[in-house]
Design a protein around this ligand. Structure first.
Ligand code: DOR
Length: 437
């Protein structure tokens, strides 16, 4: 029996705090040696000239299975993830039917075991009536947390009644992630959407106040319950300022699209393809997010990969659905920002691997012996262009088409198995995440 299943040789091993050239040996899904390794292995990958990172984790994707598989499924979504250097995805519950019971989470886990090219975790969705199911899901391997839509978006999940939220926050121990937009305010102002003559109305209807009002409410609930809440896809300068005073009660996610795109330009350019919730906002907010990130307030980057077909997007506002793909481009787009001098590779690793692992209590996020054998290999010298034709997502488009990037994910190693190498994706056994492992 060879000593290792896989040796990755001579790469520049890079974490958020260290960098050195060495080999990594993986056996039975775990990193078992780091240094100069001269031993037998089933497979050896020469990583000379490449950077080897702790496997990247995308903590917010919508892979649409079951129910909406014309726009994505667990095979195509995880293929896109592998191509983007993502070793683990955490998937959202607004499928059809919504994932609101242990049985439905288990169905997704079983499907992913068959189909996924990466590791996986699934959120259970919160409703007004399913606290018992949520509590049962806490013990389920492969369930990463609870997702609550405080404002309505794609699908029918919605929960914003304060007393029910407080009860849930008091009883649930696993991570609680929220989509934070105020449903009462969205409803009050819905005429802005219904009478819209262009998609530009989207960020007026779902305005910054809608996000802030909801975020203030949920922080108040978290405080009263004495726990933290994870605020997904934060979009406003005002929320960032408010949360900077409440960091002991929250963790914060931002997306590359909210860091990269802004209104009105992107709506002028790609119309409803720029429509998402919470919306892409003005430059003032975009710079507010960067300032928050630079001040250390942001904990994780997530893609909010939310594919919709071209036909659906072309229905015209307000009939077009909200969301854009991102799991394949999240890391490349951040490499683009790295080359602009806005963020370091070490910080990207912190936000896309180390802190996501800590937030969800996973045995991932570093390159220490005993950690899960997930690695992302990146060639920082390769120049290429993001193109619609290269997207593995069934939706077949990306808001970043045409963006020239230096640096490319060239290998995705999942529990010691080669999921992607130089753009080729392989069938492997992705594993359900284990919280507390
Ligand atoms: O724009 C969005 N699309 N925001 C969400 O919250 C959901 C997502 C989707 O699933 O389409």
């Amino acid at each position: 029996m060879p000593t290792f299943d896989l040796i990755v040789k001579n790469g520049t091993l890079t974490t958020s705090t260290s960098k050195r050239i060495a080999d990594i040996g993986i056996k039975d899904g775990k990193i078992t040696e780091v240094g100069e390794i001269n031993a037998e292995a089933d497979r050896v990958i020469d990583a000379t000239g490449l950077h080897v990172l702790p496997g990247l984790i995308d903590t917010q994707v919508h892979f649409r299975e079951p129910g909406l598989v014309h726009k994505e499924d667990l095979e195509s979504g995880s293929r896109a993830a592998a191509l983007g250097g993502i070793c683990t995805f955490l998937e959202m519950p607004n499928t059809k039917p919504a994932t609101t019971s242990v049985e439905r989470v288990q169905e997704k886990i079983d499907l992913a075991k068959e189909k996924s090219h990466t590791n996986f975790g699934f959120f259970i969705g919160g409703s007004e009536k399913n606290l018992e199911e949520i509590l049962k899901a806490e013990d389920l391997e492969g369930c990463c947390g609870l997702k609550i839509f405080l404002g309505s978006s794609t699908g029918d999940l919605l929960l914003y009644k304060r007393d029910i939220l407080l009860d849930i926050f008091r009883k649930v121990k696993m991570p609680i992630a929220v989509h934070s937009e105020s449903e009462p305010r969205l409803l009050e102002r819905i005429a802005l959407r219904d009478n819209a003559t262009s998609v530009h109305a989207h960020y007026d209807w779902r305005d910054a106040e809608s996000a802030l009002e909801s975020t203030k409410m949920i922080i108040d609930v978290a405080k009263e319950a004495g726990r933290k809440v994870h605020i997904l896809h934060l979009t406003t300068r005002e929320e960032m300022e408010f949360l900077s005073q409440n960091k002991e009660h929250c963790t914060i996610e931002v997306t590359p699209q909210h860091l990269s795109l802004c209104a009105p330009d992107i709506y002028d350019k790609i119309g409803t393809f720029a429509q998402m919730n919470p919306p892409i906002r003005t430059e003032e907010h975009r710079t507010g997010l960067w300032e928050g990130l630079e001040a250390g307030l942001v904990d994780v980057l997530g893609s909010d990969h939310a594919p919709h077909s071209i036909e659906e997007k072309e229905k015209g506002y307000p009939h077009s659905p909200s969301g854009m793909p991102g799991v394949q481009t999240i890391f490349p787009v951040m490499l683009h920002h790295m080359n602009e001098g806005r963020i370091s590779l070490e910080k990207i690793i912190e936000l896309l691997s180390e802190t996501p692992a800590k937030l969800y209590s996973l045995n991932k996020g570093n390159l220490d012996i005993g950690t899960d054998g997930d690695l992302t290999l990146v060639d920082l010298k390769e120049s290429w262009t993001i193109q619609n034709e290269d997207q593995a997502s069934k939706c077949g488009w990306t808001p970043f088409a045409g963006l020239e990037i230096k640096g490319r994910p060239v290998g995705t190693i999942v529990m010691g198995q080669v999921s992607m190498l130089k753009g080729e994706v392989f069938d492997i056994d992705g594993a359900p995440i284990k919280r507390g492992s």
